[in-house]
Design a binder for this molecule. Structure first.
Ligand code: TXA
Ligand code: MG
Length: 319
């Protein structure tokens, strides 16, 4: 049965085909989409993001068949992951096909491919037909948007249209796995756990090495709020509150302390935490506090992706 006609989707697809920029929801975070086959559209995308031109962007597709046509070599491992995890929060890096221009890959010989699971993203990609380059719809280096309002707050009139799909269900970016050079490597932990990927592949994921493709999300201070932020143990958190009092805003597992006005209590499960993390960072960032104190989750595998983002959000601010 044909999908019901959705005027917003049709409008968005038309804008994209004419070289425009459209923000759209995915299950991870909102993406800022542009036609991946149109160099001028991609140039505009980089300008609006404020992203250096040697950083690659992920290309999104409605299904795996279309996605894998953008790779010149598709190892069995990639087919297997595509079959089992797509549509979903996974980006696979493969050797790029001839048609894939330098303007998408930052000059690298690889391309990042993803088939998102969000129904509106899927409908948009179907209506558009081709590949959509889409970095997270925030300015370079800042916290990713998980609602349409976050996108408007960040990009204002620089984005022609924001397709509103409500808050993102996963809340942090896709997991990036490099399958372009032999042993599979985890370039960025994210929405699907490393364990799940290892289970599908039947082998462990290696860490990125010197030759690993560049990932801007792996720069030390990425995903950062404006306010200095620090990651602390529960005990140190108490000591810092005693020292700094109401000059801080707090993101913690424990119940609010009355010495602090701005306190957000986070869920104790990693999925719930990830879902609310970026909205929480944005909210506390807007309070005008001097420093943002974050109680660290445990260093266990199920917290890997959240700890990665917290580490980057607090980079350069100690502890
Ligand atoms: O969940 C996500 O992945 C979101 C949604 C919108 O799909 N997108 C996203 O895009 O996080 P962005 O551009 O903010 O981060 C994409 C990361 C960057 O760190 C980039 O360096 C890396 O993917 N990447 C893209 N193509 C690559 C390639 N060929 N090799 C290595 N890394 C690549
Ligand atoms: Mg990003």
């Amino acid at each position: 049965m044909a999908e019901a006609r959705n005027p917003s989707i049709e409008h968005a697809a038309r804008l994209l085909k004419s070289g425009g920029l459209v923000a759209f929801p995915t299950e991870t975070v909102y993406g800022l989409g542009a036609d991946a086959s149109n160099p001028e559209a991609i140039a505009r995308l980089y300008a609006v993001k404020g992203r250096p031109s040697d950083h690659p962007v992920i290309v999104h597709f409605a299904n795996a068949d279309r996605a894998l046509m953008w790779a010149r070599e598709v190892p069995d491992a990639a087919r297997e992951l595509a079959k089992r995890v797509w549509p979903g929060p996974l980006t696979i890096v493969l050797k790029r096909a001839m048609r894939v221009g330098d303007y998408i890959t930052g000059g690298q010989d690889t391309v990042g491919l993803r088939v998102p699971a969000h129904p509106l993203a899927h409908q948009l990609l179907e209506a558009f037909g081709g590949g959509l380059a889409a970095p997270s719809a925030n300015r370079f280096g800042r916290v990713s948007p998980t609602t349409a309002q976050h996108v408007r707050d960040d990009l204002g009139t620089d984005v022609q249209f924001v397709l509103d799909g409500g808050p993102c269900g996963v809340g942090i970016e896709s997991t990036i796995v490099d399958l372009s050079r032999g042993a599979p490597r985890l370039l960025r932990p994210g929405g699907v756990s490393a364990e799940e990927i290892e289970f599908v592949l039947g082998q462990p994921l290696a860490a990125p090495d010197e030759e690993a493709p560049r990932v801007s999300g792996s720069l030390p201070s990425h995903y950062a709020p404006h306010t200095p932020a620090r990651l602390l143990s529960a005990g140190t958190l108490q000591a810092e509150i005693a020292r700094l009092g109401n000059r801080v805003a707090v993101l913690a597992f424990s119940a609010p302390d009355e010495r602090v006005d701005y306190w957000l209590r986070m869920p104790a499960d990693p999925d719930g935490y990830a879902r609310g993390l970026y909205a929480a960072l944005r909210e506390l960032d807007a309070t005008g506090c001097e420093v943002l104190l974050i109680e660290s989750p445990p260093s266990t595998p199920e917290w890997q992706a959240v700890l990665d983002r917290l580490g980057r959000a607090t980079q350069g601010h100690g502890q």
